[in-house]
Design a binder for this molecule. Sequence first.
Ligand SMILES: Cc1cc2nc3c(=O)[nH]c(=O)nc-3n(C[C@H](O)[C@H](O)[C@H](O)COP(=O)(O)OP(=O)(O)OC[C@H]3O[C@@H](n4cnc5c(N)ncnc54)[C@H](O)[C@@H]3O)c2cc1C
Length: 571
Amino acid sequence: MNYLLQPKKYGSLTADAGTRAIMDKTIAFFEKMGKTRLTEDFNKKIWYREFVDYIGKEQIFAKLLTPSQYGGGDPDCRWDTARNSEYSELLAFYGLGYWYCFQVSILGLGPIWMSGNEAAKRKAATLLKKGAIFAFGLSERAHGADIYSTETVLTPDKDGGWLANGEKYYIGNGNEAEMVSTLGRIKNGTDDYCFFVTNYRHKAYELKKNVISHQEYVSNFALHDYPITEEDLLSRGPDAWDAALNTVNIGKFNIGPASIGVTEHCFYEAITHAANRILYGMPVTNMPHVKKNFMDAWLRIVGMKLYQRRATDYFRNANEKDRRYLLYNPTSKMKVTLQAEDVINLLWEVIAAKGFEKDTYFAMGAADIRGPSKLEGTVHVNIQLIRKFMKNYFFNPMTYEPVRTDFTAKDDLFLFNQGPTKGLGAVQFHDYRPVFEASRSLPNVAVFMDQIDLFKALLEKAGPDTAQDMDPSFSLPLGEMFSIVVYGQLILEQAAFNNVDPDIVNQIFDFMVRDFARFALQIYGMHNSTDAQRVYCKDIMFIKAQGDDAQYTRVWEKYVFPLNGEYAMNE
Ligand SMILES: Cc1cc2nc3c(=O)[nH]c(=O)nc-3n(C[C@H](O)[C@H](O)[C@H](O)COP(=O)(O)OP(=O)(O)OC[C@H]3O[C@@H](n4cnc5c(N)ncnc54)[C@H](O)[C@@H]3O)c2cc1C
């Protein structure tokens, strides 16, 4: 069984014919383009006009990004997180740039679908049908994560509307987006936040440059007395603020699948290269350390996929009474994207010079893979967010109805109605212990559970004091340790649904135990950790994963090595 995406034997997780057609057409587009063209376009930084035209012609963004209510009777139109995640993974498999065009369209549409502005929604639906792309104009050059400092303003004009002035930076698709959801503040006695729509064709919209050197267009644009009417206004006041954060919630969840797609394509290239490269009379994959890198890389990819798949169910089932997705989302954002960086590092150590070659996907993936962890909130920002849930997660669980695997063809409309972004510390979670208990017979899960118990005891008996809590250099590794527990929990939940071979699960928890120990070492080594904290960290560090050579060989022979030659993109 192949756990990785294989375009030439593609089986969409979503069963309906419309979805299968979207995936199949996209695969056909890229396989027809071929790797030579794909890599040349990347190397020459050519903007993807042909791709944008193709998805327009085939109505692909229209189907994926229009809630059914606005779909004009097209039965394939819906906003379905499972389907969008699957599509993200597929696009990134062929290039992060193509995915980014999809990603920022998602972000741009967020404040529109969340707004009460029906005219803007209908306009977006019509434009989607015409093949338009969209943009999200939040960031400004000087302010980074501090959106409180947004400087773009709307000033009242003499006709009862406003004039927009300001400059935005790092705005994807800003070169051709028909609707740019732009964040600003209204200057009419209030300093209310507001979202309004701009269009790149307007003469008051100055497209200044592409900020980055890539085939993606990440724009810097300026608005000079750009006229805005009620029709262009999406939201204001707290609604606009919530729309900004809730849109980022949606977009953020779409980043993990992209990182997964990049690693999968790189994996095929790497193992096929290494298994067929003969050094000292034997294939490179015969060397034990090389085998270990591939095992670790493959197991990490499988872990990423299991986590992301399970988190998607919680996303789809979210409602005002079940906001657990607010933890699983930043955990995906920081863990899955960082795991992907680890995977590429492991593979690159093996394929070395090959990874530089300009006609490989690997060179593209290696250049791009460190991006996703930094976009829509850095790792720091996401860990700080995650920490808010730690107390309730460990010490105040509650019972929920089980959340089932959800591939139903329905809109995830709650995402456009998430409500105020406050109250994260009050969100409660189902007890994490039963799912671990159910796998206790796997030695490395049992070891991991011992580490969790020690970590929990650390929090209870030697938790951070106020100064440590206020100091991110201390609280960040603590947040990493918490996130690994959440990560492990959802991996086990999904592994049970998919009947994943216990050999694989036990081997996944081999690296999980090692990672847990690594974060404990970070806290142990901090100048401001207390003696009591160090004792717990030492105990966590000194617990060792249980080796099982026979099991390791079984996984290698059954799942990992057979990926040699399994997939190669058409030339
Ligand atoms: C290729 C690319 C595409 C992008 N696309 C878009 C787009 O389409 N639309 C858009 O609006 N923006 C976009 N962005 C902006 C992007 O979302 C931000 O760049 C990103 O969120 C990080 O912000 P920053 O680089 O300004 O870091 P800063 O906010 O300047 O952060 C500086 C440092 O402070 C830390 N820090 C900041 N706040 C906190 C906190 N609360 N807790 C702990 N640490 C903190 C950070 O981790 C970082 O180490 C894009 C950026 C790039 C590079």
